[in-house]
Design a protein around this ligand. Structure first.
Ligand SMILES: Nc1ncnc2c1ncn2[C@@H]1O[C@H](COP(=O)(O)OP(=O)(O)OP(=O)(O)O)[C@@H](O)[C@H]1O
Length: 572
C-alpha cells in the first residue's frame, strides 16, 4: 500500500515539475513576445517619425535630367545609347567618361525611351536595377552576393524553418531582379575580377546558376521550387549598362568584347554654363553671364557646376532673404572657400614661335587635349646630343587589385624623328637637341611624332611654326605620316584650343571630319607636306643661328630631295 502512495506521490511531484517547466517556458515566450512587440512598436513609431521628416530636395536632384534632351553636351554618347538600347535588338553597353558628366542620368533615362518603341523587347513593366560596383564588393564565402545572388546554407544562424530542416535557400541577386529589363552597374570597373567573371557567365547563359554543398537532388524534403532553381538556374535575361570613369584598357577585354562601347565627353565651357544656368532657373534666381563664365572656369563637370550654384545661392539668400540675383562676389566666395583651382584651359599660342608646336594627345577615357611640344637646337662641333624633358616616363593606372603600367615611348619616338631628319639632310646629329613637353603629361610618343619633327626642324632652321595649326600623327622612318588613335577627340581639342587648322594622318580621315564646321581638318601623307604647311615662310623667321637663306635652302633642298625620291619610287 505504501509503495502505491509513494508512486502516486512521485508521479504528482514529477508532473508538477514538468508542468512548472512548461509553464515557465510559455511564460518566458509570452514575456519575450510582449517585449518584442513593445520594441517593434517603438521602432515603428520612430521610423514613421523619421519618414515624415524630410529636408528640401537637393538641387542636384531637382535639376537631374528628366528626358534625354536634358542631358547637355553628350550628343554622340546619347546617339550611341539610343542605337544600342532603343531598337528591336538591344545590346549591352559600357559608358566611359569622367565623373559628373551625365552618364548615370542618361543611363536612367534610356530604358524609358526604349519602352516607347513598339518593336522593343522591353515590356512596359521592364525593371531598371541599379547597383554600385564600388560598394557591391565581392564576398569570397558567397554568403551574400548582391550582384549574382547567393545561397543561405542551413549552417548559418537565423536560416529559419527551411534552414532548421537542412534546406539551402537561394537568394536572388541584381542579375535576376533585372530580368527582362536593364541592369545598370555604376563604376563597373571597380567590381572584383571574380564578380566580373561571374557576370560574364550570366551574360552568356542569360541564367544564373547557384551552388551549395547542402543541396542534393535526392533530398525529398527540399521544396520543388528550390530543386528547379538549383537544376535549371534563375532567369537573368537583361541588358547591361556599365558606367566607368576608368579607361577602356583597364576593363577586362572579355567584358568589353560583349558590349558596345560609348564615350561621354568632358563638358565644354558653354555646356557647363548651360547646366549652371538651369540650376539657377530652378532656384528662381537670376545669374549674370559673367558668373556663369566664372563657374565654367572652375567647375570640372556638371555636378560641380550645380554644387557651386547651390552654395552661391545659399550665400545670396543668407545675406538678403529677398535677393533674387546671384552676384560675382558669391561665386568668388565659393571658389575661395572650396579652394577650387581653375581648369587648365590650353589655347594655341597667339603668335608663331620658333620650335613651339601645338601637338595633340588623348588622356582619360577619350578626352583630347592640346599638347605643346618645344624644341631647341644648338649646333655643336663635337657631335650632337638629345635631351628630352617634361614627360612622365611611366604611369600606373587602376587600383592595387588590377593595375596596369604604361611606359612612355617618347624617347624612342624622338630617336625616330632624328633619323628621319638626318635622312632628309637636316644633319640633326650635329646639334644638341632639347625636346620639352611642358606640363609633365604622359606622352605616348608615337602620336606626337610629326609634332616633334616640326619642332626640331623649326629649331634647326630657325623658322617659326604657324601657331594656328595643330597636328597629330606618327612618323615612319621614311617620312610617312602613320595613323594614330583618338583622332576625333584630338580634332575637337584642337578646335577648342583655338586652332584654325589641324593636320591628321590621311588614314585617319573620316567623312564626318571633312564637314567639321569649327576647324579645317587637313589629311597628310608625308612629313614634307607637314613641314610645308606648318613652317612659316622666311620673312616671318626670327633671328637665328643659321642664316635665313641657309634654312630656306636646306628645307627646300631636303623637301625637293624627298619629293624626287618619292617620284622615282612611284615611277618605278
Ligand atoms: N551632361 C549633363 N547634362 C545635364 N546635367 C548634368 C550633366 N552632367 C551632369 N549633370 C548634373 O550633375 C548631376 C550628376 O550627374 P551624373 O550622376 O549623371 O554624372 P555621372 O557621369 O554618372 O557621374 P559619376 O561617374 O560620378 O556617377 C546630374 O544630376 C545633373 O544635375
Amino acid at each position: 500500500m505504501n509503495w502505491m502512495v509513494l508512486l502516486i506521490f512521485t508521479q504528482i511531484f514529477f508532473g508538477a515539475i514538468i508542468g512548472l517547466y512548461f509553464w515557465n517556458l510559455l511564460h518566458n515566450q509570452h514575456v519575450q513576445r510582449i517585449s518584442i512587440d513593445k520594441e517593434s512598436k517603438k521602432e515603428l513609431e520612430q521610423l514613421r517619425k523619421m519618414n515624415s521628416l524630410s529636408l528640401s530636395e537637393p538641387l542636384s536632384e531637382r535639376i537631374r535630367p528628366r528626358t534625354m534632351e536634358d542631358v547637355i553636351g553628350q550628343k554622340d554618347g546619347i546617339l550611341g545609347l539610343r542605337a544600342a538600347l532603343c531598337g528591336a535588338n538591344p545590346q549591352h553597353v559600357i559608358i566611359y567618361g569622367p565623373p559628373g558628366i551625365g552618364k548615370t542620368a542618361a543611363a536612367r533615362l534610356v530604358l524609358e525611351e526604349a519602352k516607347r518603341n513598339p518593336d522593343s523587347p522591353f515590356k512596359s513593366s521592364a525593371p531598371f536595377v541599379e547597383l554600385d560596383g564600388a560598394t557591391a564588393r565581392f564576398d569570397e564565402r558567397g554568403i551574400a552576393d548582391p550582384l549574382i545572388g547567393s545561397v543561405h546554407d542551413p549552417i548559418y544562424q537565423g536560416a529559419g524553418a527551411l534552414g532548421q530542416a537542412g534546406i539551402p535557400q537561394p537568394k536572388e541577386g541584381a542579375v535576376t531582379h533585372a530580368h527582362g529589363g536593364v541592369l545598370f552597374i555604376d563604376e563597373i570597373g571597380e567590381l572584383h575580377p571574380i564578380q566580373l567573371n561571374k557576370l560574364l557567365k550570366v551574360l552568356e547563359d542569360r541564367r544564373v546558376f547557384l551552388e551549395s554543398a547542402y543541396y542534393s537532388e535526392e533530398n525529398r524534403q527540399i521544396p520543388n521550387y528550390i530543386h528547379e532553381i538549383f537544376q535549371k538556374g534563375l532567369p537573368a535575361d537583361f541588358r547591361l549598362i556599365g558606367a566607368t570613369t576608368r579607361r577602356p584598357e583597364e576593363i577586362p577585354p572579355a567584358i568589353r568584347s560583349r558590349c558596345l562601347e560609348i564615350f561621354f565627353n568632358e563638358l565644354s565651357h558653354p555646356d557647363i554654363q548651360l547646366i549652371a544656368k538651369r540650376a539657377a532657373d530652378k532656384l528662381n534666381l537670376e545669374v549674370p553671364q559673367v558668373c556663369l563664365e566664372k563657374i565654367a572656369e572652375y567647375a570640372k563637370n556638371g555636378r560641380e557646376a550645380v554644387n557651386m550654384m547651390q552654395i552661391a545661392a545659399g550665400m545670396t539668400i543668407a545675406h538678403n532673404e529677398k535677393a533674387r540675383r546671384i552676384g560675382l562676389a558669391e561665386i568668388e566666395w565659393v571658389i575661395n572657400a572650396s579652394r577650387l583651382v581653375p581648369k587648365p584651359n590650353r589655347k594655341v599660342q597667339a603668335k608663331p614661335q620658333i620650335g613651339l608646336v601645338s601637338g595633340l594627345a588623348v588622356y582619360g577615357p577619350g578626352r583630347g587635349v592640346l599638347l605643346e611640344v618645344e624644341a631647341a637646337a644648338v649646333k655643336s662641333r663635337h657631335g650632337g646630343s638629345v635631351t628630352i624633358t617634361g614627360i612622365a616616363e611611366e604611369e600606373t593606372m587602376g587600383s592595387s587589385g588590377r593595375s596596369i603600367t604604361r611606359k612612355s615611348m617618347a624617347r624612342g619616338s624622338v630617336e625616330n624623328v632624328l633619323t628621319v631628319l638626318n635622312r632628309m639632310g637636316f644633319s640633326a646629329y650635329k646639334y644638341h637637341i632639347h625636346v620639352n613637353f611642358p606640363g609633365g603629361a604622359l606622352v605616348d610618343g608615337p602620336s606626337a611624332g610629326i609634332s616633334m619633327a616640326v619642332a626640331v626642324c623649326s629649331a634647326i632652321l630657325r623658322r617659326k611654326v604657324d601657331s594656328g595649326i595643330a597636328m597629330t600623327g606618327e612618323l615612319g622612318l621614311h617620312g610617312q605620316v602613320k595613323p594614330v588613335g583618338g583622332v576625333a577627340a584630338k580634332v575637337e581639342a584642337a578646335a577648342e584650343a583655338g586652332a584654325g587648322r589641324v593636320m591628321i594622318p590621311r588614314e585617319n580621315m573620316q567623312e564626318s571630319l571633312k564637314h567639321n564646321e569649327k576647324i579645317e581638318v587637313i589629311p597628310v601623307d608625308t612629313l614634307r607636306e607637314v613641314l610645308e604647311l606648318a613652317l612659316l615662310p622666311e620673312e616671318n623667321a626670327g633671328d637665328g643661328q643659321e642664316s635665313p637663306s641657309f634654312s630656306t635652302a636646306l628645307l627646300d633642298r631636303s623637301l625637293s630631295a624627298r619629293s624626287a625620291s618619292s617620284r622615282v619610287r612611284k615611277d618605278s
